[in-house]
Design a protein around this ligand. Structure first.
Ligand SMILES: *Cc1c(COP(=O)(O)O)cnc(C)c1O
Length: 398
């Protein structure tokens, strides 16, 4: 209600993350309230008719209109620089809703090969059933993207930087290719968040989030979101409204509060990750470190230009293959052995037997998932304690 009096257009990212999207109610609360209600009441039959018919804005039913969810949506839209955001029950629901909204039988997707595992299953198994086919290409190879596009291609889908090898694609160049072929570009921005990368400003049409990761940042809730233009988001909203993968008010509130510290957290995550990567490079048990913040990473220059920092997920290969990697993981006492990431708690995982375990040997080789590869998602504990926990197993391998 005060939007037109607020100087939001001039606000920086940290201010938007803290101040935008909340209209104070008559209770004059300082913090953002939660509205745990399934439905809303009307003053009259005529008002109900107008709100149901969309002639008058207002809340109807929490599958598609809830003030707490709306606060999160407005805040994330502002951070990503999008016209509109639609929140969903998970990151996967955000990708599903986008596909159902924008694609039909016979349409094609071109996607980067190194995607989140469930995204690949969604594309191949479930969208495949609906007659939507996906071709996969090497993330950083722009010529391969262009070559995979056919007249049926409607959507280009990329996750950058990739997990766990930290490969990067030039978003502006990929957007130009997509638009030349009348396709849309969607970027899964989970790993960097709008604090470090704003794909819409670089020409992407849609941004996908698993809010479960850094937007919350403390591993408390599962949720997701799609951000972009009104035109496409109205279709995504239609899917969420009708099919029902909606975000709960409680989770929306958790994410709204998470956004308030996003930028500070991301800076701290990235500072520790870079220092850890440099320390790993120098360790004699480590054969290779994959992190775009290192000067010898193949896309270091692009990452430096496109990203505010290099993210907090890094991969490193140790001596001794699977046995070596497992011994380093098992020697930790503090790090959480889990496939999750985007948490204040540092996590460690062996991609070849967990997150990428369903891939064939050839697919693993093509994706660069070596048996000695370990992925660490660097949290916010003291860096010295993270190093000590890793050094125990690494020193024993030398
Ligand atoms: C976790 C994740 C998803 C899926 O999100 P959920 O909230 O777990 O459904 C999608 N993309 C990336 C890059 C992820 O890390």
């Amino acid at each position: 209600m005060h939007d037109d009096q607020r100087p939001e257009a001039a606000w920086g990212l940290d201010t938007l993350a803290i101040r935008t999207g909340h209209d104070r109610t008559h209770e004059q609360e300082h913090g953002e309230p939660i509205f745990p209600t399934s439905s809303f009441v009307y003053g009259s039959a005529a008002e109900a008719a107008r709100k149901f018919g969309g002639e008058e804005p207002g809340n109807v039913y929490s599958r598609f209109t809830n003030p707490t969810v709306h606060t999160f949506e407005r805040r994330l839209a502002a951070l990503e620089g999008g016209e509109r955001c639609v929140a969903t029950s998970s990151g996967m629901a955000a990708i599903l809703a986008t596909a159902l909204a924008l694609l039909s039988a016979g349409d094609e997707i071109v996607a980067s090969r190194s995607l989140f595992g469930s995204t690949v299953s969604l594309f191949d198994k479930y969208l495949g059933k609906l007659g939507i086919t996906t071709r996969y290409v090497e993330l950083s190879d722009l010529a391969a993207w262009e070559a995979a596009i056919t007249p049926a291609t409607r959507l280009l889908f990329a996750e950058t930087p990739s997990n766990p090898l930290s490969e990067v694609v030039d978003i502006a160049a990929l957007a130009e290719i997509a638009h030349r072929h009348e396709a849309l570009l969607a970027i899964d921005n989970c790993f960097l968040t709008p604090a470090l990368q704003r794909p819409l400003a670089l020409g992407a049409d849609l941004v996908i989030h698993s809010a479960t990761k850094y937007l919350d940042g403390q591993g408390r809730a599962v949720g997701g979101a799609v951000v972009g233009r009104d035109k496409e988001l109205e279709e995504v909203f239609g899917v969420v409204r009708t099919c029902g993968p909606c975000l709960s008010p409680f989770n929306a509130w958790v994410f709204t509060k998470g956004l308030e510290t996003l930028s500070l957290r991301m800076k701290a995550h990235c500072t520790s990750a870079l220092a850890l990567a440099q320390w790993l490079v120098a360790h004699p048990a480590v054969e290779r470190v994959h992190y775009s913040g290192l000067a010898d990473h193949p896309q270091h220059a692009l990452a430096s230009r496109q990203q505010g920092a290099f993210g907090a997920v890094l991969g490193f290969e140790v001596k001794g293959g699977r046995e070596g990697a497992w011994s380093v993981i098992d020697a930790t006492r503090m790090l959480s052995i889990t496939g999750n990431l985007g948490d204040v708690k540092t996590t460690i995982t062996h991609p070849a037997t967990t997150t990428h375990g369903r891939l064939s040997e050839e697919q693993k080789a093509a994706a660069g998932i070596a048996e000695g590869l370990i992925r660490v998602a660097v949290g916010l504990e003291n860096l010295e304690d993270i190093r000590t926990d890793l050094a125990r197993g690494l020193d024993a391998l030398v």
